[in-house]
Design a protein around this ligand. Structure first.
Ligand SMILES: Nc1ncnc2c1ncn2[C@@H]1O[C@H](COP(=O)(O)OP(=O)(O)OP(=O)(O)O)[C@@H](O)[C@H]1O
Length: 374
């Protein structure tokens, strides 16, 4: 399956009153000064493909100041198919249609997946554990609507449980919510573990290519085994759903007193641990900036290959101002990847980062003052 985006249009989206792009090819470069709206375009495309934004905005933040609604449309074509996807943001709600029919985000996930790479992605290695958990669930959600739905259910359960703990509700009530937590928590942990089993070796392989054979290990430790020492890697855990249910149930019982005392839920996938280790050392604590950047790049390339493998659909690549973050060698690795046949959108303030061989195959969209005014 080879679907690609042929047209995008935004109305009242961020700083754009109207932005439109037609006859989109394999590689598009958006060039312009700071604050002109380059990232806003990438965000719009991400909301139409991954159906999420790396900025995690509230709906109202995306609607142009002073307007009531925002609308984005994308025409996706390929394999004799024409898909018109529309997203409407209004009254704190986000609604999608596909060829005129209302669709839930879960129905559209994976249809035209995307991989984004932004300067904030460095937090994947340096940032808190929650950044890594969010990233794995965002990928899982594109690969499987069930991963997305279970994650949403789990988030609801954990919010409710935390409220009960905060209000010092009866223990019986907390025990009963724990039963639901075990059902969706075990399932979510299984989805994550299955995804890591594919992703971790691919990230390590990509990293070795970028970093001249250096050994990177990616680890996944479910909450019932955590906390573990972050000083030594302990692989990717593997378990069946029943094993996950039993382990989660036991851990919740064992740490019930702690949860009541701290008035906060401490066991469950929201406490799973994900780590990167270079030659056995925690890359978040000991990796150089260059090594951390290589890990992020390896993650992104691995993500793209896993999506293609699992969905038989190449993802759209969204690269927001990352060339300036990478040195010559890593830029080269990325450009080689781009030069494959994945549809790619890149933003930059400086075309000098791109060599002529790339530019001659690209369509360059100059964004200027008129874009700023919409
Ligand atoms: N809801 C909104 N309504 C109107 N304007 C908005 C809205 N949200 C963001 N903006 C404007 O969008 C602009 C920023 O756009 P964007 O982040 O895409 O810039 P950029 O071109 O990527 O800049 P840089 O190169 O500095 O990262 C800012 O001027 C900001 O005020």
């Amino acid at each position: 399956m080879t679907l690609s985006i042929e047209h995008i249009g935004f109305t009242n989206f961020r700083n754009y009153e109207r932005f439109e792009l037609n006859d989109i090819g394999a590689l598009t470069l958006f060039v312009g000064p700071n604050a002109v709206g380059k990232t806003n375009i990438v965000e719009g495309i991400q909301l139409m493909t991954a159906l999420s934004s790396f900025r995690h905005p509230l709906i109202d933040q995306v609607i142009k100041h002073g307007e009531r609604y925002a609308r984005a449309e994308a025409r996706v074509t390929g394999d004799d198919r024409v898909l018109d996807i529309v997203m409407l943001l209004e009254s704190h709600k986000r609604k999608y249609t596909l060829n005129g029919k209302a669709r839930r985000p879960a129905d559209l996930k994976g249809l035209i997946p995307s991989v984004s790479f932004t300067p904030d992605d460095l937090d994947l290695v340096k940032g808190s554990m929650s950044v890594r958990r969010t990233a794995i669930d965002a990928l899982g959600s594109q690969l499987s609507p069930n991963h997305y739905l279970i994650k949403k259910d789990y988030e609801k359960v954990i919010r409710y449980k935390n409220r009960l703990l905060k209000e010092e509700a009866q223990v019986a009530l907390i025990d009963s919510i724990n039963e639901t937590l075990v059902t969706c928590g075990a399932q979510l942990a299984c989805y994550r573990a299955a995804l890591f089993a594919k992703l971790a070796p691919e990230i390590s392989r990509r990293y070795a290519d970028i970093a001249q054979g250096e050994k990177l290990q990616v680890t996944y430790v479910p909450s019932w085994m955590a906390p573990v020492s972050r000083e030594t890697p302990c692989g990717v855990a593997s378990f069946s759903r029943d094993e996950a249910r039993d382990a989660l149930t036991s851990a919740l019982e064992a740490r019930r007193g702690e949860e009541l005392a701290r008035r906060k839920s401490v066991v469950g996938p929201h406490s799973d641990e994900i780590g990167f280790y270079i030659e056995g050392k925690n890359a978040g604590n000991y990796g150089s900036q260059g090594q951390q950047r290589s890990i992020v790049l390896a993650c992104k390339l691995a993500e793209a290959s896993i999506i293609e493998d699992m969905l038989s659909q190449k993802p759209v690549l969204l690269l927001d101002d990352v060339m300036s973050e990478l040195d010559e060698h890593r830029r080269h690795a990325l450009v080689e990847f781009i030069s494959g046949d994945m549809q790619t959108f890149i933003t930059t303030a400086n075309l000098a980062y791109f060599d002529d061989s790339l530019l001659k195959n690209a369509s360059v969209v100059q964004l200027g003052e008129e874009a700023k005014r919409g």
